[in-house]
Design a protein around this ligand. Structure first.
Ligand SMILES: Cc1cc2nc3c(=O)[nH]c(=O)nc-3n(C[C@H](O)[C@H](O)[C@H](O)COP(=O)(O)OP(=O)(O)OC[C@H]3O[C@@H](n4cnc5c(N)ncnc54)[C@H](O)[C@@H]3O)c2cc1C
Length: 481
């Protein structure tokens, strides 16, 4: 059932899930389907977490612009995950993007983002011997999460493409946009994300994020999951070293297990509290680095206006060469445009939206005065408009809505510390996976490291943790028999 935000929930549950991001929702759905009693609590007034959207009025019409925040692209694996853990209708709406483009001073490339086409570009455009390209792909394919390799992304690229900054840009730029990873991050994290994407291109959900999340909400309710929104969990209750439930607006709701889909560091230090963990665990959790944040500029076309097909995802840059540290700077010349054509939402009157994304550092925004903040926002809006003008001359006149989101916007809406767009860096995974060994019945599922982030990574991590929670509940049941 769907509780209203004012209701005090008196029922107790097998598991309470704190946060309705894709990991929390997928876990809740699987456990509900498997017959467990599940309560999903979300602090926002809608489900989805970062998988979200917002609406703004269209000038001179009753229509509304609908903007997707994180529907830029995900790997083909999402089809299987949705079919298996959600339903066929959701899976059937996932389709491949037709065209991914790069436009920068070093090269221009249009690709369907498949391994075959990448091989062709590396050989024919960048002049790399085919055997080297195969060697590179083979090394990526054999990378294993459990290998303890210390190789970094930078070392991996030097090994196969020494001194080729243009090739590093071609291979790494989309991944940097996707998750803020840089040349110093472990090559394994790059390898797995790259292999996922490269196999069969980039995919999105037809209908838009709003349609997908609403379909998921219906499926959750159908599978018996109770949901309450505008329900921010203040505390996870720990009694005798075990989880006993959560506190929402001062009211306790009891459960045998609690899964946090909130940011990992917030979960450990704030919702649970350091005093409940071993010193060693707290110190390890302290050292986990948060991922970087991002800025977006949302642009909507006036009703009746249109643009030709210019590609779905366009990586553009004015920067002469590629530096991953520069890509985080507020003055970076690169940005990615996601273009949403009327086919994105075929159920609505035709509408076009374009979103510019760039990586960002929280500290570059946090300490600005109000005036400086507005100025910085105006700067990124202008950068987006003038960047777009180069691809679509005259576009400014067609746009009737434009606004920007910054790391502070991300922080405000999702409670992710420092507006981290992809949770924590790689080392967060160990803390997340082992939290249940510290406190019985406490689990974490959500963006930790590159592999467990993004729409697919988060959903899949939800499934993995659902198994752990189920095993825990079965053990409890055996003990009480
Ligand atoms: C701008 C942007 C663009 C992106 N683009 C893509 C993309 O193109 N493709 C892709 O695959 N991924 C993309 N991502 C990443 C992807 O959206 C996320 O990795 C994924 O959605 C995260 O899911 P999650 O389960 O970790 O939880 P989150 O989405 O982080 O959700 C956590 C939820 O928990 C709730 N919560 C937190 N604390 C509490 C509390 N105390 N009580 C109750 N509720 C709480 C929050 O409100 C939130 O709803 C993007 C992210 C951003 C920010």
């Amino acid at each position: 059932m769907l509780y209203s935000s004012k209701e005090k929930i008196e029922k107790s549950y097998d598991v309470i899930v704190v946060g309705a991001g894709l990991a929390g929702m997928t876990l809740a759905n699987k456990m509900g389907k498997d017959g467990r009693s599940v309560l999903l609590l979300e602090s926002h007034n809608k489900l989805g977490g970062f998988a979200t959207w917002f609406k703004r009025p269209m000038q001179g019409s009753d229509g509304q612009h609908v903007f997707d925040v994180s529907l830029h692209g995900f790997p083909v694996g999402m089809i299987k995950t949705c079919r298996k853990y959600w339903n066929k209708d959701i899976a059937d709406r996932i389709h491949q993007l037709k065209s991914v483009r790069y436009i920068n001073p070093q090269f221009e490339v249009e690709t369907d983002f498949t391994k075959e086409h990448f091989t062709k570009v590396l050989v024919e455009k960048f002049g790399v011997p085919e055997a080297t390209v195969q060697g590179f792909f083979n090394e990526l394919a054999t990378m294993n999460f459990y290998d303890n390799s210390s190789m970094t992304n930078g070392e991996l690229f030097e090994k196969y493409f020494p001194g080729r900054n243009d090739i590093t840009r071609f291979l790494l730029e989309p991944i940097v946009y996707a998750n803020g990873s840089n040349l110093e991050d472990p090559a394994i994290s790059y390898g797995i994300v790259f292999s996922n994407f490269m196999s069969k291109g980039v995919y999105i959900f037809q209908g838009g994020t709003d349609v997908m999340i609403n379909m998921m909400k219906d499926e959750l309710l159908k599978n018996g999951v109770d949901i309450q929104m505008q329900a921010k969990v203040e505390k996870v209750l720990i009694e005798n070293g075990k989880t006993a439930g959560v506190v929402v607006k001062g009211h306790t709701i009891k459960s045998k297990a609690v899964v946090s889909n909130s940011n990992l560091k917030t979960t450990v230090h704030k919702m649970v509290g350091d005093e409940h963990f071993s010193k060693e665990f707290v110190s390890k959790a302290d050292k986990v680095r948060l991922n970087t944040s991002s800025c977006q500029v949302y642009m909507g076309l006036k009703p009746g206006e249109s643009i030709p097909f210019i590609g779905d995802l366009i990586f553009t840059s004015d920067d002469k060469d590629f530096k991953t540290d520069l890509i985080l700077s507020p003055k970076v010349g690169s940005q990615t445009f996601s273009v949403y054509y009327p086919e994105t939402r075929p159920h609505l009157p035709p509408q076009y939206a374009i979103v510019s994304s760039s990586n960002a550092r929280y500290e570059d925004w946090k300490n600005l005065s109000e005036e400086e903040y507005e100025k910085q926002k105006a700067y990124i809006i202008e950068r987006a408009l003038s960047g777009l003008e180069k691809i679509l001359p005259g576009i400014r006149k067609k746009i009737d809505y434009v606004d920007a989101a910054t790391p502070l916007t991300v922080e405000r809406y999702t409670h992710h510390e420092r507006g981290a767009s992809f949770g924590t860096k790689f080392e967060g995974l160990e803390i997340s996976m082992n939290i249940h060994k510290e406190i019985e019945g406490l689990f974490h599922a959500g963006s930790v490291g590159i592999i467990m982030s993004g729409w697919l990574g988060a959903a899949n991590y939800g499934v993995i943790v659902a198994h752990d929670v189920d095993n825990y509940l079965s053990r409890l049941e055996k003990q009480t028999v």
